[in-house]
Design a protein around this ligand. Structure first.
Ligand code: PMP
Length: 358
């Protein structure tokens, strides 16, 4: 037959996830660490890779890495699960806690992958939008879970792309108010220096997501992890792809995690630069920037899409949210090196000046 029947109906009208990566001099669009793994540590990584068998399947659960992460967080191995980036674990969450007849509570604007995963798994999506300043409408969230039909929700802390962390007392109230599984996505927690880990012991419905992609400079390697109660982890293990975290990624992540203290100066440098960048943005006329606990800043200005193109023509790639729901007129810039940040600020200032002169 010279035809193919349609794909599953939930795919109709869906756009594949697009990070909108384009060639540029300064990549300030994906919230990566602007500094790669430094040379001394990279040599250690290379030695570990050399020792890794390529002909054997990897340890499906990456138990050595699990043990390192569990020990560092005062947990047991069965309370940690490693994934092929945080993205895989987000999909596993939707597979295990979503599905037909089940409901995910989303707090937009937030990371778009959550909603996409819900749609892919035929999970209904309920929404409580953030307020105009992008803070969580806490009472509305508590009222919504009180209806009793929410199976899982994700609280992003700090939130991507808006920047602020979620108040810990709110997370605790939410955990107390519902038996829905609450994931707190801490992909950027190293830049806020706050975690809800202390809430884990008393709350079986909490699960925390982390990643090696941001603070630990490993976006190219694809390793993330969750920490939760053993019963929750066991369900996620049922849906995951057995060999999703390959042997090379496991080896790299082990070396990096053992040496995580060496990333501290680079993390502090990003936090310092974030302050400088926020200050400078505040002084550009017509630019409203939103406070951030992460390694990026969201800002709004007139002609945001023209500003995006102007920056790109000058080799600077930022993320354009100017036509995204609830983010109209907004761009997001990742905190780069001081030189990249200066180049970004200079270009944005000249865009604003040229526009005013017209
Ligand atoms: N959560 C949030 C909020 C993110 O922004 C990202 C990366 N963009 C992830 C999770 C997943 O990151 P990764 O798959 O690289 O671990």
């Amino acid at each position: 037959m010279r035809s193919v029947r349609p794909a599953a109906p939930q795919l109709a009208g869906m756009e594949p996830y697009d990070p909108k990566y384009l060639p540029a001099d300064a990549f300030l669009s994906a919230n990566e660490n602007p500094r790669d793994v430094e040379d001394a540590l990279r040599s250690e990584v290379m030695r570990a890779l050399k020792r890794t068998a390529l002909n054997r399947y990897p340890d499906p659960l990456a138990n050595d890495l699990r043990d390192l992460i569990a020990e560092a967080n005062g947990l047991d191995r069965d309370q940690v699960l490693i994934g092929n980036g945080g993205d895989e674990l987000l999909f596993d969450l939707a597979l295990a806690w979503g599905g037909p007849g089940r409901t995910f509570l989303n707090l937009p604007p937030t990371f778009s992958v959550y909603e996409a995963n819900a749609r892919l798994t035929n999970t209904a999506v309920a929404e409580v939008a953030r307020r105009a300043d992008f803070s969580i409408d806490e009472e509305a969230v508590l009222a919504r879970v009180a209806e009793g039909d929410i199976d899982f929700t994700i609280i992003t802390s700090p939130n991507n792309p808006t920047g602020l962390r979620a108040p810990e007392d709110f997370v605790e109230r939410l955990l107390d108010a519902t038996d829905a599984l609450v994931m707190v996505d801490e992909a950027y927690f190293e830049f806020s220096r706050r975690t809800v880990r202390p809430l884990l012991d008393a709350h079986p419905n909490l699960i925390i997501l982390r990643t090696f992609s941001k603070a630990f400079s490993l976006a190219g390697v694809r390793v993330g992890y969750v920490m939760g109660h053993a019963d929750v982890i066991r369900e996620l293990v049922k849906v995951r792809q057995p060999y999703s975290v390959d042997a090379l990624s496991q080896a790299v992540a082990r070396v990096v995690f053992e040496n995580r203290a060496s990333f501290e100066p680079a993390i502090q440098a990003i936090i310092d630069e974030r302050g400088r960048l926020a200050d400078a943005l505040r002084h550009i006329p017509g630019v409203t920037s939103f406070p951030s606990d992460a390694n990026y800043l969201l800002f709004r200005l007139d002609g945001a899409d023209a500003a995006w193109a102007y920056l790109y023509e000058r080799g600077i790639l930022v993320r354009d949210f100017s036509h995204a729901p609830l983010l109209e007129g907004c761009l997001r810039v990742s905190v780069g090196t001081p030189e990249q940040n200066d180049a970004f600020l200079a270009a944005l200032r000249s865009f604003v000046a040229e526009r005013q002169a017209r």
